[in-house]
Design a protein. Sequence first.
Length: 328
Amino acid sequence: MSEGCVASSEGRLAEEFAVPAQVEEVKGRMAAFAARHAGEGRRVVLVTSGGTKVPLESRTVRFLDNFSSGRRGASSAEYFLGAGYAVIFLHRHRSLYPYTRRYAGVNLLDALTVSTEGETQGPAETQGGSSTRVLVDQRALPDIASVLQRYQAVKEGGLLLPVEFSTLSDYLHLLKAAAQALNAIGSKAMFYLAAAVSDFYIPASEMPEHKIQSSNGPLQISMKMVPKMLSPLVCEWSPLAFVISFKLETDGEILLARARKALDTYRHQAVVANVLDSRRGYVVIVTKTDTQELRVTDEEDRAGAEIEQRIVDALTSAHTHFITQQQA
Ligand code: 9Z3
Protein backbone atom coordinates (compact mmCIF):
# COMPACT_ATOMS: atom_id res chain seq x y z
CA MET A 1 0.00 0.00 0.00
CA SER A 2 1.38 3.47 -0.82
CA GLU A 3 2.44 5.87 1.90
CA GLY A 4 -0.36 7.91 3.45
CA CYS A 5 -3.07 5.42 2.53
CA VAL A 6 -5.82 4.72 5.03
CA ALA A 7 -6.68 1.07 5.70
CA SER A 8 -8.64 -0.37 2.83
CA SER A 9 -12.14 -1.78 3.23
CA GLU A 10 -11.76 -3.94 0.14
CA GLY A 11 -12.29 -7.17 2.09
CA ARG A 12 -15.83 -6.09 2.99
CA LEU A 13 -16.65 -5.59 -0.67
CA ALA A 14 -15.92 -9.23 -1.47
CA GLU A 15 -17.71 -10.56 1.61
CA GLU A 16 -20.81 -8.40 1.87
CA PHE A 17 -21.79 -7.37 -1.64
CA ALA A 18 -23.02 -9.82 -4.26
CA VAL A 19 -20.81 -9.85 -7.35
CA PRO A 20 -22.86 -8.98 -10.45
CA ALA A 21 -22.91 -11.46 -13.32
CA GLN A 22 -20.54 -10.66 -16.16
CA VAL A 23 -18.27 -8.41 -14.10
CA GLU A 24 -15.18 -10.15 -15.51
CA GLU A 25 -16.44 -9.83 -19.07
CA VAL A 26 -17.18 -6.12 -18.55
CA LYS A 27 -13.73 -5.65 -16.99
CA GLY A 28 -12.17 -7.22 -20.08
CA ARG A 29 -14.09 -4.83 -22.35
CA MET A 30 -13.06 -1.83 -20.25
CA ALA A 31 -9.40 -2.91 -20.31
CA ALA A 32 -9.47 -3.40 -24.10
CA PHE A 33 -11.19 -0.01 -24.56
CA ALA A 34 -8.58 1.75 -22.40
CA ALA A 35 -5.64 0.01 -24.10
CA ARG A 36 -6.92 0.84 -27.59
CA HIS A 37 -7.52 4.52 -26.87
CA ALA A 38 -4.33 5.06 -24.87
CA GLY A 39 -2.47 3.33 -27.73
CA GLU A 40 -3.97 5.90 -30.11
CA GLY A 41 -2.79 8.73 -27.82
CA ARG A 42 -6.12 9.44 -26.15
CA ARG A 43 -6.81 9.88 -22.45
CA VAL A 44 -9.60 7.86 -20.92
CA VAL A 45 -12.06 9.05 -18.29
CA LEU A 46 -14.38 6.92 -16.20
CA VAL A 47 -17.50 8.98 -15.49
CA THR A 48 -19.84 7.59 -12.83
CA SER A 49 -23.39 8.88 -12.88
CA GLY A 50 -26.77 8.60 -11.19
CA GLY A 51 -27.96 7.34 -7.82
CA THR A 52 -27.86 3.87 -6.30
CA LYS A 53 -30.70 1.64 -5.17
CA VAL A 54 -30.37 -0.08 -1.77
CA PRO A 55 -32.77 -3.02 -1.27
CA LEU A 56 -34.61 -3.53 2.03
CA GLU A 57 -35.68 -7.12 1.28
CA SER A 58 -33.85 -9.94 -0.59
CA ARG A 59 -36.86 -10.51 -2.82
CA THR A 60 -36.96 -6.78 -3.27
CA VAL A 61 -40.24 -4.94 -3.14
CA ARG A 62 -38.90 -1.85 -1.41
CA PHE A 63 -35.62 -0.03 -1.69
CA LEU A 64 -33.93 3.21 -0.66
CA ASP A 65 -33.06 5.54 -3.51
CA ASN A 66 -31.80 9.10 -3.93
CA PHE A 67 -32.43 12.24 -5.95
CA SER A 68 -29.66 12.02 -8.56
CA SER A 69 -30.89 12.38 -12.14
CA GLY A 70 -27.55 11.62 -13.77
CA ARG A 71 -27.53 14.94 -15.55
CA ARG A 72 -24.11 15.98 -14.22
CA GLY A 73 -22.55 12.73 -15.39
CA ALA A 74 -24.26 12.64 -18.78
CA SER A 75 -23.46 16.23 -19.72
CA SER A 76 -19.88 15.94 -18.41
CA ALA A 77 -19.39 12.82 -20.54
CA GLU A 78 -20.33 14.88 -23.63
CA TYR A 79 -17.83 17.61 -22.73
CA PHE A 80 -15.07 15.07 -22.12
CA LEU A 81 -15.77 13.58 -25.55
CA GLY A 82 -15.64 17.10 -27.00
CA ALA A 83 -12.24 17.56 -25.33
CA GLY A 84 -10.86 14.42 -27.04
CA TYR A 85 -11.22 11.90 -24.22
CA ALA A 86 -12.57 8.38 -24.62
CA VAL A 87 -15.29 7.85 -21.99
CA ILE A 88 -16.39 4.86 -19.95
CA PHE A 89 -19.84 5.88 -18.74
CA LEU A 90 -20.72 3.88 -15.61
CA HIS A 91 -24.30 4.90 -15.05
CA ARG A 92 -27.45 3.95 -13.23
CA HIS A 93 -29.93 2.09 -15.43
CA ARG A 94 -32.40 4.61 -16.95
CA SER A 95 -30.61 7.70 -15.62
CA LEU A 96 -29.81 10.48 -18.08
CA TYR A 97 -27.56 9.48 -20.97
CA PRO A 98 -25.16 11.60 -23.08
CA TYR A 99 -26.89 13.32 -26.02
CA THR A 100 -30.37 11.83 -25.44
CA ARG A 101 -30.46 13.63 -22.05
CA ARG A 102 -31.37 16.81 -23.94
CA TYR A 103 -34.68 15.30 -25.00
CA ALA A 104 -35.45 13.35 -21.83
CA GLY A 105 -38.80 15.04 -21.15
CA VAL A 106 -40.01 15.00 -24.74
CA ASN A 107 -42.80 12.74 -25.90
CA LEU A 108 -41.24 11.51 -29.12
CA LEU A 109 -44.59 10.93 -30.78
CA ASP A 110 -45.48 14.62 -30.28
CA ALA A 111 -42.21 15.63 -31.95
CA LEU A 112 -42.71 13.58 -35.13
CA THR A 113 -45.23 13.72 -37.94
CA VAL A 114 -45.86 11.35 -40.81
CA SER A 115 -45.81 12.75 -44.31
CA THR A 116 -47.18 10.79 -47.23
CA GLU A 117 -45.34 10.46 -50.54
CA GLY A 118 -45.35 13.55 -52.72
CA GLU A 119 -45.13 15.99 -49.83
CA THR A 120 -41.37 15.47 -49.59
CA GLN A 121 -38.53 14.43 -51.81
CA GLY A 122 -35.87 11.79 -51.42
CA PRO A 123 -35.93 8.17 -50.23
CA ALA A 124 -38.98 7.09 -48.24
CA GLU A 125 -39.77 4.28 -45.82
CA THR A 126 -42.27 1.83 -47.22
CA GLN A 127 -44.68 0.70 -44.59
CA GLY A 128 -47.96 -1.16 -44.94
CA GLY A 129 -47.95 -0.74 -48.71
CA SER A 130 -47.76 3.07 -48.79
CA SER A 131 -44.65 5.26 -48.85
CA THR A 132 -44.19 7.44 -45.79
CA ARG A 133 -41.59 9.74 -44.33
CA VAL A 134 -41.25 10.77 -40.73
CA LEU A 135 -40.59 14.46 -40.19
CA VAL A 136 -39.06 16.01 -37.08
CA ASP A 137 -40.50 19.11 -35.42
CA GLN A 138 -37.26 20.91 -34.59
CA ARG A 139 -38.97 23.11 -32.01
CA ALA A 140 -39.74 19.99 -29.99
CA LEU A 141 -36.24 18.55 -30.49
CA PRO A 142 -33.96 21.62 -30.60
CA ASP A 143 -30.56 21.19 -32.32
CA ILE A 144 -31.45 17.59 -33.12
CA ALA A 145 -29.42 17.48 -36.35
CA SER A 146 -26.17 18.67 -34.78
CA VAL A 147 -26.67 16.57 -31.63
CA LEU A 148 -27.34 13.49 -33.78
CA GLN A 149 -24.22 14.16 -35.85
CA ARG A 150 -22.07 14.41 -32.72
CA TYR A 151 -23.62 11.25 -31.28
CA GLN A 152 -23.03 9.33 -34.48
CA ALA A 153 -19.41 10.50 -34.73
CA VAL A 154 -18.79 9.33 -31.14
CA LYS A 155 -20.43 5.99 -31.92
CA GLU A 156 -18.49 5.47 -35.13
CA GLY A 157 -15.21 6.30 -33.35
CA GLY A 158 -16.05 3.81 -30.57
CA LEU A 159 -15.32 6.61 -28.11
CA LEU A 160 -18.07 5.93 -25.57
CA LEU A 161 -18.34 2.68 -23.61
CA PRO A 162 -21.59 2.58 -21.61
CA VAL A 163 -21.74 0.29 -18.57
CA GLU A 164 -24.94 0.06 -16.52
CA PHE A 165 -25.53 -0.54 -12.84
CA SER A 166 -28.68 -0.73 -10.82
CA THR A 167 -27.96 -1.66 -7.22
CA LEU A 168 -25.26 -0.49 -4.86
CA SER A 169 -23.53 -3.92 -5.12
CA ASP A 170 -23.36 -3.64 -8.92
CA TYR A 171 -21.89 -0.16 -8.66
CA LEU A 172 -19.19 -1.08 -6.14
CA HIS A 173 -17.98 -4.14 -8.03
CA LEU A 174 -18.06 -2.41 -11.42
CA LEU A 175 -16.12 0.56 -10.04
CA LYS A 176 -13.43 -1.80 -8.77
CA ALA A 177 -13.33 -3.61 -12.13
CA ALA A 178 -13.04 -0.28 -13.97
CA ALA A 179 -10.26 0.95 -11.70
CA GLN A 180 -8.27 -2.24 -12.18
CA ALA A 181 -8.87 -2.12 -15.94
CA LEU A 182 -7.66 1.50 -16.19
CA ASN A 183 -4.56 0.91 -14.07
CA ALA A 184 -2.69 -0.24 -17.17
CA ILE A 185 -2.81 3.25 -18.71
CA GLY A 186 -1.43 4.97 -15.58
CA SER A 187 -1.77 8.74 -15.42
CA LYS A 188 -3.70 8.88 -18.73
CA ALA A 189 -6.73 7.67 -16.78
CA MET A 190 -9.10 10.03 -15.03
CA PHE A 191 -11.83 9.06 -12.57
CA TYR A 192 -14.75 11.50 -12.37
CA LEU A 193 -16.93 10.11 -9.60
CA ALA A 194 -20.17 12.09 -9.95
CA ALA A 195 -22.57 9.27 -9.00
CA ALA A 196 -24.54 9.78 -5.79
CA VAL A 197 -23.68 6.59 -3.96
CA SER A 198 -25.57 5.54 -0.85
CA ASP A 199 -23.61 5.78 2.40
CA PHE A 200 -25.84 3.16 4.05
CA TYR A 201 -27.01 -0.35 3.28
CA ILE A 202 -28.43 -3.49 4.87
CA PRO A 203 -26.10 -6.51 4.63
CA ALA A 204 -27.64 -9.54 2.89
CA SER A 205 -27.28 -11.59 6.09
CA GLU A 206 -29.47 -9.08 7.98
CA MET A 207 -32.09 -8.54 5.32
CA PRO A 208 -35.50 -10.21 5.50
CA GLU A 209 -36.07 -12.53 2.57
CA HIS A 210 -39.72 -11.69 1.99
CA LYS A 211 -41.70 -8.48 1.77
CA ILE A 212 -41.75 -6.63 5.09
CA GLN A 213 -45.29 -6.86 6.48
CA SER A 214 -46.98 -3.63 7.48
CA SER A 215 -49.21 -5.69 9.78
CA ASN A 216 -46.14 -6.00 12.05
CA GLY A 217 -46.43 -2.28 12.82
CA PRO A 218 -44.01 0.64 12.29
CA LEU A 219 -40.73 -0.21 10.63
CA GLN A 220 -37.35 0.32 12.22
CA ILE A 221 -34.30 -0.43 10.15
CA SER A 222 -30.66 -0.38 11.03
CA MET A 223 -28.16 0.18 8.23
CA LYS A 224 -24.41 -0.28 8.03
CA MET A 225 -21.91 2.12 6.52
CA VAL A 226 -20.96 1.41 2.91
CA PRO A 227 -17.18 0.86 2.61
CA LYS A 228 -15.39 3.84 1.06
CA MET A 229 -14.12 2.80 -2.34
CA LEU A 230 -11.99 5.89 -2.82
CA SER A 231 -9.37 4.52 -0.50
CA PRO A 232 -8.57 1.24 -2.35
CA LEU A 233 -9.06 2.99 -5.69
CA VAL A 234 -6.37 5.58 -4.97
CA CYS A 235 -4.06 3.30 -3.00
CA GLU A 236 -4.31 -0.04 -4.76
CA TRP A 237 -6.45 -0.35 -7.86
CA SER A 238 -5.34 2.65 -9.92
CA PRO A 239 -2.62 4.47 -7.97
CA LEU A 240 -1.25 6.50 -10.90
CA ALA A 241 -4.58 7.87 -12.12
CA PHE A 242 -6.00 11.40 -11.80
CA VAL A 243 -8.92 11.04 -9.41
CA ILE A 244 -11.79 13.47 -8.85
CA SER A 245 -14.52 12.86 -6.28
CA PHE A 246 -17.67 14.90 -5.68
CA LYS A 247 -18.92 16.16 -2.35
CA LEU A 248 -22.57 16.98 -1.93
CA GLU A 249 -24.07 18.84 1.01
CA THR A 250 -27.35 20.61 1.69
CA ASP A 251 -25.68 23.06 4.11
CA GLY A 252 -23.30 25.38 2.26
CA GLU A 253 -21.63 26.34 5.55
CA ILE A 254 -19.92 22.97 5.93
CA LEU A 255 -19.24 22.28 2.25
CA LEU A 256 -15.62 23.38 1.95
CA ALA A 257 -14.53 21.86 5.24
CA ARG A 258 -16.06 18.52 4.18
CA ALA A 259 -14.40 18.69 0.76
CA ARG A 260 -10.98 19.43 2.31
CA LYS A 261 -11.42 16.59 4.78
CA ALA A 262 -12.12 14.16 1.91
CA LEU A 263 -9.00 15.37 0.11
CA ASP A 264 -6.89 14.95 3.25
CA THR A 265 -8.27 11.49 3.94
CA TYR A 266 -8.01 9.97 0.48
CA ARG A 267 -5.14 12.01 -0.99
CA HIS A 268 -6.58 12.10 -4.46
CA GLN A 269 -6.28 15.08 -6.83
CA ALA A 270 -9.51 17.12 -6.49
CA VAL A 271 -12.97 17.35 -4.99
CA VAL A 272 -15.82 19.04 -6.82
CA ALA A 273 -18.00 20.44 -4.03
CA ASN A 274 -21.65 21.34 -4.55
CA VAL A 275 -24.84 22.11 -2.65
CA LEU A 276 -28.01 20.27 -3.66
CA ASP A 277 -30.15 23.31 -4.55
CA SER A 278 -27.50 25.34 -6.34
CA ARG A 279 -25.64 22.49 -8.07
CA ARG A 280 -26.54 23.59 -11.60
CA GLY A 281 -25.11 27.09 -11.11
CA TYR A 282 -22.28 26.88 -8.61
CA VAL A 283 -19.50 24.44 -7.71
CA VAL A 284 -16.09 24.72 -6.08
CA ILE A 285 -13.12 22.69 -7.23
CA VAL A 286 -10.88 22.01 -4.25
CA THR A 287 -7.31 20.78 -4.68
CA LYS A 288 -4.39 20.60 -2.25
CA THR A 289 -3.15 24.00 -3.34
CA ASP A 290 -6.19 25.78 -4.73
CA THR A 291 -9.90 26.54 -4.42
CA GLN A 292 -11.63 27.50 -7.65
CA GLU A 293 -15.24 28.70 -7.77
CA LEU A 294 -17.19 28.08 -10.97
CA ARG A 295 -20.52 29.74 -11.73
CA VAL A 296 -23.18 29.85 -14.41
CA THR A 297 -25.49 32.84 -14.01
CA ASP A 298 -29.22 32.64 -14.77
CA GLU A 299 -28.62 34.67 -17.92
CA GLU A 300 -25.87 32.29 -19.09
CA ASP A 301 -28.13 29.38 -18.24
CA ARG A 302 -30.90 30.82 -20.43
CA ALA A 303 -28.36 31.17 -23.24
CA GLY A 304 -27.59 27.44 -22.95
CA ALA A 305 -24.37 27.51 -20.88
CA GLU A 306 -23.77 24.50 -18.62
CA ILE A 307 -21.56 24.39 -15.57
CA GLU A 308 -20.27 20.94 -16.59
CA GLN A 309 -18.46 22.56 -19.53
CA ARG A 310 -16.54 24.73 -17.04
CA ILE A 311 -15.86 21.84 -14.66
CA VAL A 312 -14.55 19.68 -17.51
CA ASP A 313 -12.39 22.53 -18.92
CA ALA A 314 -10.79 23.10 -15.52
CA LEU A 315 -10.19 19.40 -14.88
CA THR A 316 -8.82 18.53 -18.31
CA SER A 317 -6.22 21.32 -17.90
CA ALA A 318 -5.37 20.05 -14.42
CA HIS A 319 -5.05 16.53 -15.85
CA THR A 320 -2.57 17.78 -18.49
CA HIS A 321 -0.50 19.39 -15.75
CA PHE A 322 -0.70 16.17 -13.68
CA ILE A 323 0.54 14.02 -16.58
CA THR A 324 3.42 16.42 -17.27
CA GLN A 325 4.45 16.29 -13.61
CA GLN A 326 4.36 12.49 -13.57
CA GLN A 327 6.60 12.35 -16.63
CA ALA A 328 9.11 14.86 -15.23
C1 9Z3 B 1 -22.52 14.93 -6.82
O1 9Z3 B 1 -22.28 15.71 -5.93
C2 9Z3 B 1 -23.17 15.37 -8.14
O2 9Z3 B 1 -22.76 16.65 -8.49
C3 9Z3 B 1 -24.73 15.31 -8.07
C4 9Z3 B 1 -25.29 15.66 -9.46
C5 9Z3 B 1 -25.18 13.90 -7.67
C6 9Z3 B 1 -25.23 16.32 -7.05
P1 9Z3 B 1 -27.48 15.09 -10.80
O3 9Z3 B 1 -27.14 13.64 -10.97
O4 9Z3 B 1 -26.70 15.62 -9.47
O5 9Z3 B 1 -27.05 15.95 -11.95
O6 9Z3 B 1 -28.96 15.25 -10.46
N1 9Z3 B 1 -22.19 13.62 -6.71
C7 9Z3 B 1 -21.61 13.00 -5.55
C8 9Z3 B 1 -22.57 12.90 -4.42
C9 9Z3 B 1 -22.08 12.06 -3.27
O7 9Z3 B 1 -22.83 11.23 -2.87
N2 9Z3 B 1 -20.88 12.25 -2.76
C10 9Z3 B 1 -20.43 11.58 -1.54
C11 9Z3 B 1 -20.51 12.57 -0.42
O8 9Z3 B 1 -20.86 13.74 -0.64
C12 9Z3 B 1 -18.99 11.17 -1.64
S1 9Z3 B 1 -18.66 10.06 -2.89
O9 9Z3 B 1 -20.22 12.19 0.72
